[in-house]
Write a protein of this length. Structure first.
Length: 325
């Protein structure tokens, strides 16, 4: 079970989220990315105005047709682009704890560091680690307020799908596959202990138990942003980590240099770096050997790039293969 802080754009939307115990994400790739990232039974809190609000468990997920005509959130039109966004991707929530806490509390340091280094929100969500979830589970009090559930019994839902073929895009039901989605597929793939054990074996970590580690989404560093951070869930004396970078196209030497920079920045507690890409040429592979980085290619078994697929279908067909140096 993962824990996320979901950023809310304004106070009105925050109040609606709390009133109806719902989280909503826009009809965009970023919205679908968040919807795919967060799973049923994960935990979330709302983030607004440098404060964290309440703790919820995700009860269910729904993608709603004609969401631009349905409550609770009004559509938003941006003046610069003229684009209008609505909220078809929704999480139904069970409230657990009630609180309103500032981000400056040390318990939120993992996410606060991300915010500081990014220079603000500019993201739909931030994943926190298990240590943060344990701390939040003791904040405030048990939720004791009434929830007003929306009656959307007559609505139509859909399964969002992804495609590489631009001609098949039909927002919000079919969206273009992008690197953000590939990052999420990679993280979900690593949540499977057998898959993570394969990564461990490739970098000589056979004595480590995958169940003692968690795979977290983007982590900000002063020099950039790590796509996936695999770290010990409950560090004891040492906080060992593996950095994973994901590239949708072929690996380049500069990708190796970037990853090596992150490894050096984290220091001795970083056990290895993993670069995932569609393919590797000779030059990046030579660079990987010099920098102690393990290269992996990604692939989808029996996938037609002209077709459309749900996230679950893509994850079922997704695999990582170690590239021999």
């Amino acid at each position: 079970m993962a824990y996320f802080l979901v950023s809310v754009s304004n106070k009105t939307n925050l109040d609606l989220c709390i009133k109806y115990a719902l989280a909503g994400f826009t009809n965009s790739v970023n919205g679908l990315w968040t919807f795919c990232e967060i799973e049923k039974d994960d935990f979330i809190s709302f983030l607004y105005g440098a404060k964290v609000f309440n703790l919820y468990r995700v009860k269910g997920k729904e993608a709603i047709k004609n969401a631009d005509q349905l409550p609770p959130w009004p559509s938003v039109t941006f003046k610069m682009s003229g684009r209008t966004y609505f909220f078809p991707f929704r999480l139904v929530l069970d409230p657990i704890r009630r609180f309103e806490e500032p981000m400056v509390r040390p318990e939120f340091a993992y996410v606060a560091e991300n915010l500081l280094l990014r220079g603000g929100y500019r993201k739909t969500h931030f994943q926190a680690d298990q240590t943060t979830l344990q701390s939040v589970s003791e904040m405030g009090c048990l939720y004791d307020q009434c929830i007003e559930r929306l009656d959307l019994s007559e609505i139509d839902t859909f399964v969002p799908r992804l495609t590489w073929d631009k001609t098949k895009v039909s927002n919000p039901e079919i969206l273009k596959f992008q690197e953000l989605i590939l990052q999420t597929l990679s993280r979900h793939y690593l949540l499977d202990g057998k898959n993570l054990q394969r990564i461990f074996s490739s970098i000589g970590m056979n004595d480590f138990a995958p169940g003692a580690f968690e795979a977290l989404g983007e982590k900000a560093l002063p020099e950039g942003h790590i796509d996936i951070l695999v770290k010990e869930s409950i560090p004891k004396g040492l906080s060992r980590k593996i950095i994973v970078e994901v590239k949708s196209g072929p690996a380049k030497t500069r990708d190796m240099d970037q990853l090596h920079g992150y490894i050096c920045e984290i220091g001795e507690e970083c056990l290895a770096g993993v670069l995932i890409a569609s393919k590797f040429s000779k030059k990046p592979l030579l660079s990987a050997g010099n920098k102690i980085i393990k290269p992996f290619t990604y692939a989808f078994e029996n996938i037609d790039r002209m077709g459309v697929y749900s996230f679950a279908e893509l994850l079922d067909k997704f695999r990582l293969d170690e590239v021999q140096l």
